[in-house]
Design a protein around this ligand. Structure first.
Ligand SMILES: NC(=O)c1ccc[n+]([C@@H]2O[C@H](COP(=O)([O-])OP(=O)(O)OC[C@H]3O[C@@H](n4cnc5c(N)ncnc54)[C@H](OP(=O)(O)O)[C@@H]3O)[C@@H](O)[C@H]2O)c1
Length: 295
């Protein structure tokens, strides 16, 4: 099985951005909105920052641990989108002190954030359980899970400080790797499964916050370079999905997991089935409930 054929949900599979999720689609305008993208200095995060800027965002805040890529990314985004303010704030998402400082600066410099994209991540070294690699295994949880948690925690508390109505959007970049088992993949896989579940918890705890978990495609970025030719998608594909999710059209996907390779027209056409059958959520493949499993 290749990295695509086993993970189809829609009949159509995309590898690049298409009109429905392109920043040129006027339905996806984010005019006047502020977006914060962790890991926004490279790869899928940078492509997402560019898409939001081109779709009219007022401010794009990008973070990452290293300043130099953030400054280069800022110039890159501004080239095509001079009307968007680009704010760079070096941050380590796995450090509570660093995340606290980020949100203090955001509140002072930018104000309300309409969309948070939790994109920062690490793949870590692939080692099997029993190989004595505890430190590396845990470091992956610290960036992918703790980092996503800390950023989301501060975002929601900043929304609460803003007034009576807690309204916002949280997009969590998970991965289809969260739903499969390969030898050596447990650290990354478990971290990504956990953040997909986090989107479901946000959805239940805050009905006025739109929360989504995504797989951005398989893209030959720095993080995924070991995949070589198996990575057939563009960063713009993931960026397009991240932009689409900010629009009210995506509301039927709230609290769910969605893959950029899946066709959005087809998902929209089947949204009543998705909702009625509670699809695209993390769960157990059995009938668990008052009547028990239907054997
Ligand atoms: N590429 C794929 O095929 C693929 C597939 C599924 C999911 N994803 C997910 O997509 C997201 C983006 O990855 P990418 O493929 O675009 O790779 P990438 O270009 O290597 O981007 C990763 C970004 O995360 C930042 N980062 C890493 N650790 C951080 C930390 N502790 N604090 C703050 N920022 C941190 C990095 O910046 P600094 O190094 O400067 O901190 C970098 O900008 C990740 O969550 C990844 O797991 C990717």
């Amino acid at each position: 099985m290749d990295l695509y054929s086993g993970y189809r949900f829609t009949k159509i599979t995309h590898h690049d951005v298409y009109p429905k999720i392109h920043w040129k689609n006027p339905e996806l305008s984010v005019k006047g909105q502020n977006v914060l993208i962790s890991g926004g200095g490279s790869g899928i995060g940078l492509a997402t920052a560019k898409f939001y800027a081109k779709a009219g965002a007022k401010t794009v805040v990008i973070t990452g641990r290293r300043s130099a890529p953030l400054e280069e990314a800022k110039d890159d985004i501004r080239k095509d989108s001079p009307g968007t303010d680009v704010v760079t704030i070096p941050t380590d998402v796995s450090s509570k002190a660093s995340v606290d400082a980020l949100w203090t600066t955001v509140r002072a410099k930018v104000g309300n954030i309409h969309v948070l994209v939790n994109n920062a991540g690490r793949s870590g070294n692939s080692t099997r359980l029993g190989d004595g690699n505890e430190i590396e295994w845990w470091a992956t949880q610290e960036t992918n899970l703790l980092g996503t948690y800390l950023m989301t925690e501060k975002y929601i508390s900043s929304l609460k400080m803003g007034g009576a109505t807690v309204k916002g959007t949280v997009i969590i970049i998970a991965s289809q790797m969260g739903f499969v088992e390969h030898p050596g993949s447990s650290a990354y896989s478990i971290s990504k499964l956990a953040v997909a579940k986090l989107a479901q918890h946000i959805d239940v705890e805050y009905p006025t916050i739109r929360a989504f978990a995504t797989h951005p495609g398989i893209i030959p970025t720095e993080l995924a370079k070991s995949l070589g030719d198996a990575a057939k998608d563009t960063v713009e594909l993931g960026a397009g999905l991240n932009l689409y999710l900010a629009s009210p059209r995506a509301d039927f996907l709230r609290g769910r997991y969605v893959t950029a390779n899946w066709d959005i027209e087809e998902l929209e056409a089947h949204q009543s089935e998705i909702l009625a059958q509670n699809m695209l959520r993390v769960g157990i493949l059995a009938d668990i409930g008052p009547e028990g499993h239907e054997w």
